[in-house]
Design a protein around this ligand. Structure first.
Ligand SMILES: C[S@@+](CC[C@H](N)C(=O)[O-])C[C@H]1O[C@@H](n2cnc3c(N)ncnc32)[C@H](O)[C@@H]1O
Length: 267
C-alpha cells in the first residue's frame, strides 16, 4: 500500500463513517491485505477505483465492515448497568403517566451483547408488569456484519460466561452448534436492530429517555464527536441520560450535558 493509497482509503472511510484511521496504518493494511488477495484485486488503486464507482454501495459496505472495530462483551462496564437498573429505570417508571413506553437507544450495538444485556435488565425490572409496557429497545450499528451476528443471537459458552446463571437459564438455550447458546426468541423480540450511521440525521420522532453510546466516540475526531453528541442532545428528553464508554467523556464546554458521574450525563 503506497502512502497515497493509504490516504485515499482513510479519507474515504472517514468521510463515510467519521472513523479516523490516520494513526492506524498497520490495522488498515492488516485487515485489507488478505481481503484484496482473496477478492482478486490487482492493487489498492484498482480496489478503490471500484469502491468509488460502485453505485450499489455494496463495496463501501464491505470496506466499512472490514475496518470497523467491533470488540464488545456481555456486562461490559457493569457500573452503568447498576445505575440503569437502580436509578434510571425506576425514574422512568415513576415519571410515566398513561404512555408506558421505553425510548432507549443503543447507538453502536456491535454484535448484540450490550443491547441484550439491557433487554435482560429491562425484562427483570418490569417483570410481571412488562405486558403493560412497551419495553423494546432500539439497537443500531453501521456495520451490517455485526447486525447480522446480533440478530442471530448465537454466542459461545465463554461469551455468555459473565452473565448470572439465572439469566443464562432464562434467556438462552443450547444451539445446534456444540458449545454455543442462542438468545431465546422472547428476548430477541425485545431488541429492534437497524443499520444506522451516526453521521446521518437522527431518525427519532419522540424524545429519547436513555442513550447508550459506548466505546465508539474514541474513533472520531473532536469535531465529529461533538457534532454527534450535540445532535443526540437534541433528541433526548429533558433529564434524559447519556452513557458513553468509561474511557470516554463529553466536552461540556461544547455540548451542555449535565454531569452525573464519570461517563454518565443528563440533558
Ligand atoms: C468497539 S464497538 C462498541 C460496542 C459496544 N457499544 C460496547 O461498548 O461494547 C464500536 C462499534 O461502533 C460501530 N461504529 C463505528 N462507526 C460508526 C458510525 N459512524 N455509526 C454507527 N456505528 C459505528 C462499529 O461498527 C462497532 O460495532
Amino acid at each position: 500500500m503506497t502512502n497515497d493509497e493509504f490516504i485515499r482509503i482513510i479519507n474515504y472511510v472517514e468521510n463515510k463513517t467519521g472513523i479516523h484511521l490516520a494513526e492506524k496504518r498497520s490495522l488498515v493494511t492488516g485487515r485489507l491485505d488478505n481481503f484484496l488477495v482473496r477478492n482478486g484485486y490487482s492493487s489498492y488503486t484498482d480496489y478503490m477505483d471500484q469502491v468509488e464507482q460502485d453505485v450499489s454501495g455494496k463495496l463501501t459496505e464491505e470496506l466499512v465492515n472490514t475496518l470497523t472495530t467491533n470488540h464488545t462483551y456481555f456486562m461490559r462496564e457493569k457500573e452503568h448497568f447498576e445505575l440503569f437498573k437502580n436509578i434510571v429505570l425506576p425514574e422512568i417508571k415513576e415519571a410515566k403517566g398513561k404512555e408506558k413506553d421505553l425510548r432507549i437507544w443503543c447507538g453502536a450495538s456491535s454484535t448484540g451483547e450490550e443491547p441484550y444485556t439491557l433487554a435482560m435488565i429491562i425484562k427483570d425490572f418490569f417483570s410481571l408488569e412488562s405486558s403493560a409496557w412497551d419495553t423494546k429497545l432500539l439497537a443500531t450499528d453501521i456495520s451490517t456484519d455485526v447486525l447480522r451476528y446480533a440478530m442471530k443471537g448465537e454466542y459461545t459458552e465463554e461469551q455468555i460466561e459473565p452473565l448470572p446463571d439465572s439469566w443464562k437459564r432464562r434467556y438462552f438455550h443450547k444451539s445446534t452448534e456444540p458449545g454455543k447458546f442462542m438468545v431465546v426468541d422472547e428476548l430477541k423480540s425485545q431488541v429492534l436492530y437497524r443499520q444506522f450511521n451516526l453521521l446521518s440525521p437522527m431518525p427519532f420522532k419522540k424524545p429519547l429517555q436513555v442513550v447508550f453510546l459506548r466505546n465508539v466516540l474514541i474513533y472520531f475526531e473532536k469535531d465529529v464527536k461533538n457534532d454527534i453528541l450535540r445532535r443526540i442532545y437534541e433528541c433526548l428528553e429533558p433529564g434524559g441520560y447519556l452513557f458513553v464508554g468509561t474511557t470516554e467523556s463529553v466536552d461540556r464546554a461544547a455540548v451542555p450535558y449535565r454531569y452525573v458521574q464519570p461517563s454518565v450525563y443528563r440533558k
